[in-house]
Design a protein around this ligand. Sequence first.
Ligand SMILES: [Zn+2]
Length: 277
Amino acid sequence: MLSPPSRVAPVAAEKFFTEEHLSMHNLTRYKNRGPDRELRGRVLLCTVFVNTPSFRWEDGKERDAALETVKEAAGYLMKCAAEENVSLDISTFIQKDLEAPSDVIRNNPGKRWLLRFIRERSAVTLNGWERKMAAKTGNDSVVPVFLVKQEGISYANVASFPFDQEYVVLYWKSAKKYTLVHELLHVYGAIDYYYPDRLMTLAHESFGESVMLSSRSGVIDEFTRYLIGWKREKTDRICRFLKMTGNPFTGQNFITHSICRIKRWKFRREKQREKAQ
Ligand SMILES: [Zn+2]
């Protein structure tokens, strides 16, 4: 007769991690995904000044200052890559201004402003346009950087699947050089460390300061270097970090995984309450 399974001690759980588990880990979900895979070779940042009904780029000085931020971020990334012996050449190219139909340049499903950008270039998809642009200019990857003259939280649209679109929206009034560095690293596979608290603590304990923890720091940590393709192999420290943040049976990140479950549960409860009323 089979005896009931005994509870697995947390320390012993580490042995359940195989290379496959680690490669399925939730925190590596953007590595080598989407059109922009590794931050190396020739990269073109296509900067686009976005004019919305309330916020227009008219002042030449402000435009120059915004472009300077982009160039500083590019220069900083190239310097860090050189320290890692990675060849990286980032250049910038200014696109025609984009007239957005509304002030909302959020990552909303409609994204009329983005559709307009694609349509104005006679393209069907953003990825298709990026590929064409890369071939025309002799670059390995092309990243559109949309500069918005508003306060806001800058973001990167990152790909989980090969056909997803990748670009950066920079709310220039609140953004600094390292904000753009952070967002560009996302495009090439980096993940945020600042949420939730447990992940923040574990990341800080494992890798110290990182631009993915706070854009006050410019440090590109070891795990981020692995995710963006600067380091080919996982170090012991990276493996330990993945094990600490992973579910030994599925390899998924237990932290974000459980948060999703709580969110789903709250959402269902709310729906049930709505029905009951
Ligand atoms: Zn982020």
